[in-house]
Design a protein around this ligand. Structure first.
Ligand SMILES: Nc1nc2c(ncn2[C@@H]2O[C@H](COP(=O)(O)OP(=O)(O)OP(=O)(O)O)[C@@H](O)[C@H]2O)c(=O)[nH]1
Ligand SMILES: [Mg+2]
Length: 232
């Protein structure tokens, strides 16, 4: 794919290493992707506070890998994997956003055209759980009401938990979201999250295709009906 990359300026105050690139033009041609044996192209976005484990979750899904270092995402990054659902190939393009405050305006520009949003919090960090309300408002403002929303609790492998499963489930239900408790470290529920999204998107797109086919046949059926009436 033909992306324009630009090296990001690392914050001089940040003690953390920053390795990602700032991707400036999300210039993806859906037609080109479809020619490459893709039935459906699915745009996803993962959001949440810095350090909750968004990049690690996507790395586990796309590359089956995990890193213990926090290499904070600069701007935005992209991970891609094609999954098969009932014989159809769905290319999942997961946009990995930066949780840091200074990138929030940039993140907003990537909501457009997303089929699903994954909102992540760290179950060992109550502050990140409290931020869910803020992120949820962002989703409401920048996406259509029909977008698929998934609340992700991360780092379930860690013993020092600050947010219970029940609290996560209750919040997800109040925000009309589906809830998953995950660990990028041991892989818990990572496949399940993305397969759930792929399954829901496929069902919705299949329905759209059927409806469109029905609309195309309508004039033909009407013509036949009229001809039949003339004979009777
Ligand atoms: N134990 C454990 N640690 C995790 C897990 N997921 C992420 N981490 C750790 O959490 C830290 C932050 O992970 P990242 O994925 O870089 O966080 P992020 O949400 O992408 O952060 P930003 O890019 O700054 O927004 C890293 O040190 C990871 O190793 C997990 O499932 N279990
Ligand atoms: Mg990241």
């Amino acid at each position: 794919m033909d992306f324009a990359f630009k090296t990001a300026l690392a914050s001089p105050t940040s003690a953390r290493r920053e390795r990602h690139f700032h991707l400036i033009e999300p210039d993806i041609n859906p037609i080109m992707e479809i020619q490459g044996k893709t039935d459906y192209l699915v745009k996803l976005l993962i959001i949440g506070d810095s350090g909750v484990g968004k990049t690690c979750l996507l790395l586990r899904f796309a590359d089956n890998s995990f890193t213990t270092s926090h290499l904070t995402t600069i701007g935005i990054d992209l991970k891609v994997r094609t999954v098969n659902v009932e014989g159809k190939a769905l290319k999942l393009q997961a946009w990995d956003t930066a949780g840091q405050e200074r990138f929030r305006t940039l993140t907003q520009t990537y909501y457009n055209g997303a089929a699903a949003v994954l909102l992540a919090y760290d179950c060992t960090d109550r502050q990140s759980f409290q931020s869910v309300q803020h992120w949820s408002k962002q989703v409401q403002t920048h996406t259509s009401p029909t977008i698929l929303k998934v609340l992700i609790s991360t780092k379930s492998d860690r013993p020092c938990r600050e947010v219970s499963t029940e609290e996560g489930q209750t919040l997800a239900a109040s925000l009309d979201m589906t809830f998953f408790e995950t660990s990028a470290r041991d892989g818990t529920n990572v496949e399940a999250v993305f397969l759930y999204i792929a399954g829901r998107v496929k069902a919705a797109r299949d329905k759209e295709v059927r409806l469109m086919a029905g609309e195309r046949l309508k004039p033909l059926i009407e013509k036949r009906r009229k001809r039949l009436c003339w004979f009777l």
